[in-house]
Ligand binder design. Structure first.
Ligand code: IFG
Length: 525
């Protein structure tokens, strides 16, 4: 073979080798990772840390809480990586090649939920002021690994983390969603599955709409017929269901272990037919109503001028407060079209006092601003800005859930199978492209407690149908609640969202494949 040909072959082989070496240890770029919510600051140093079968998670000290967070991460990584990552304790930084979780009280800017993640070729160091911050940082670590890390069975590596430093903390302290378990009942496992996904996107509240015209879903021991009778059905006439107090406490703990607070809602004085059907004395007529399986609203009301009504409500609030570690109880107050305003106002004033007497703060839909708001009552803006503005005028904070931007039961477009469109069609871009602090001029950032995206369940009846409405819009609301508005824009977000299609698939989420997003067809990493 002529020398020149041999030389050409050798050169070709050399080129191939260089390309292979390059690709294999292609320096990664932390600033190009598709994190949602987008972090406050990312600085890349251009190399990578390899998770190997020698990698473990070390926590500083013996804290049970930190061990739980370390174990949570190990349990998320081991099924797909099969690296057998263990949680170990240490008094100081571990040997290189490991992940290290520690608390420092000294970084005020990070606040309660912020974290600093420093990744070098040798170590992964996650620091926060509080355990909640470590837990939020753990979600970032998950998202820095290839999407297949979320698979439940062994996947091919390598498992690399791009190196650099991420400093991150949320814009708002209340970042949540709501699940209406009254129109259609959702099982404990379905609620836990939703909690897992809220955690992945750093959300920290799940509001459970536990009672309405079509169903009462939480056991109240002093009024057992509420669930025995009022929990028997649901929209469309299905078998309904309810949570025993033990099951509700199981949900609360599952959420708490993920640094998510449950906010329970007992809607009143309207949206109360399930209770009125369960106890005749709660009706002004003294006669129990029939169970209702339709989807009309505004036709029911507690009898606001009977003392037994307030005895009932106090018993409900007492039992629910005892089961709820979170600081808020939600008392509804929406669409009380069957309650005269002159009865509604004293009713809502009196119920606020009951909630406070049981050691909780009040959350309620924006109509409550027509009453006299107690000092810590928060107004949840859903329909009428003028109500929320009245709330601000009374010195209340506002929880932003504007139906035309944030109602997850709104159809994406006119072809959507599930949902309604009385407020708007909300495609993924419309759900993302708004700023709570600039939506209503009279509601400024300092008046806003946070954001919540409610899912009403008139048109859905199981988790897969719920996921179709919740995702991918939820990650947009999570970013609105977490990321500074100056770092948010649709053109940047939709690229990051495109890579989350693979992540949502890996997590078996039945998301709506919006045509506005060029979904990654395979796991690019
Ligand atoms: N408004 C009602 C909900 C539900 C919703 C459906 C609120 C606060 C319409 N009240 O939203 O019960 O029916 O989109």
């Amino acid at each position: 073979m002529k020398k020149t040909k041999l030389k050409r072959l050798a050169f070709g082989g050399l080129v191939m080798t260089v390309i292979l070496v390059q690709t294999a240890c292609k320096p990664s770029d932390l600033s190009k990772e598709n994190l949602i919510p987008r972090p406050v600051s990312v600085s890349a140093t251009g190399s990578s840390f390899d998770l190997t079968d020698q990698t473990d998670i070390f926590i500083q000290g013996e804290s049970v809480e930190l061990k739980q967070i370390g174990q949570y991460l190990a349990d998320k990584l081991n099924p797909s990586t099969a690296l057998g990552i263990e949680v170990k304790t240490t008094v100081d930084a571990p040997v290189p090649g490991n992940i290290f979780l520690s608390l420092s009280g000294s970084d005020a800017e990070l606040g309660e939920e912020g974290y600093e993640l420093t990744i070098t070729g040798k170590t992964v160091n996650l620091v926060a002021n509080k355990p909640a911050g470590l837990f939020r940082g753990v979600q970032t670590i998950r998202q820095l690994l290839p999407a297949k890390v979320e698979m439940g069975d062994k996947q091919k590596g390598p498992w690399k983390l791009a190196t650099g430093v991420i400093r991150d903390y949320p814009a708002y302290g209340y970042r949540g969603s709501m699940l209406d378990v009254a129109r259609h009942f959702f099982t404990v496992d379905e609620v836990k599955s939703l909690i897992d996904k809220l955690a992945y996107y750093k959300m920290n509240v799940l509001h459970l709409h536990l009672s309405d015209d079509q169903g009462w879903r939480i056991e109240i021991k002093s009024w057992p017929n509420l669930t025995a009778h009022g929990g028997k059905t649901e929209v469309g006439g299905g078998e309904g269901g309810f949570y025993t107090q033990e099951q509700y406490s199981d949900i609360v703990k599952y959420a708490q272990d993920r640094y998510i607070t449950i906010v329970p809602e007992i809607d009143m004085p309207g949206h109360t037919n399930a209770a009125l059907a369960s106890y005749a004395e709660l009706n002004c007529s003294g006669k129990a109503t029939e169970l209702y399986t339709g989807t009309e609203v505004g036709f029911s009301t507690f009898c606001t001028n009977k003392e037994v009504t307030y005895k009932f409500i106090d018993d409900v609030i007492r039992e629910l407060a005892a089961l709820t570690p979170g600081e808020y109880l939600h008392i509804g107050g929406d669409e009380s079209h069957a309650t005269k305003i002159e009865d509604y106002i004293p009713f809502m004033n009196r119920v606020q006092d009951m909630v406070i007497a049981h050691g909780k703060k009040v959350l309620a839909w924006d109509e409550i601003a027509l009453a006299t708001l107690k000092p810590n009552t928060v107004v949840q803006y859903w329909a009428k800005a003028e109500n929320a503005i009245k709330g601000v005028a009374q010195g209340a904070k506002v929880l932003m859930s504007p139906a035309q931007n944030a109602y997850l039961d709104m159809q994406y477009d006119s072809t959507s199978v599930f949902g309604m469109h009385w407020a708007a069609y909300i495609e993924v871009d419309k759900g993302y492209n708004w700023d709570p602090a600039n939506l209503v001029p009279e509601i400024k950032k300092e008046n806003i407690m946070g954001i919540e995206a409610p899912l009403w369940s008139e048109t859905i009846s199981n988790l897969k149908e719920a996921e179709y409405l919740i995702f991918p819009r939820l990650s947009g609301y999570a970013e609105i609640g977490w990321t500074p508005v100056e770092l948010r824009n649709w053109d940047n977000y939709k690229i990051r969202l495109a890579s989350h299609g693979e992540r949502m698939k890996a997590m078996n989420i039945n998301f709506f494949p919006s045509k506005l997003v060029l979904w990654d067809s395979k796991d690019k990493k």
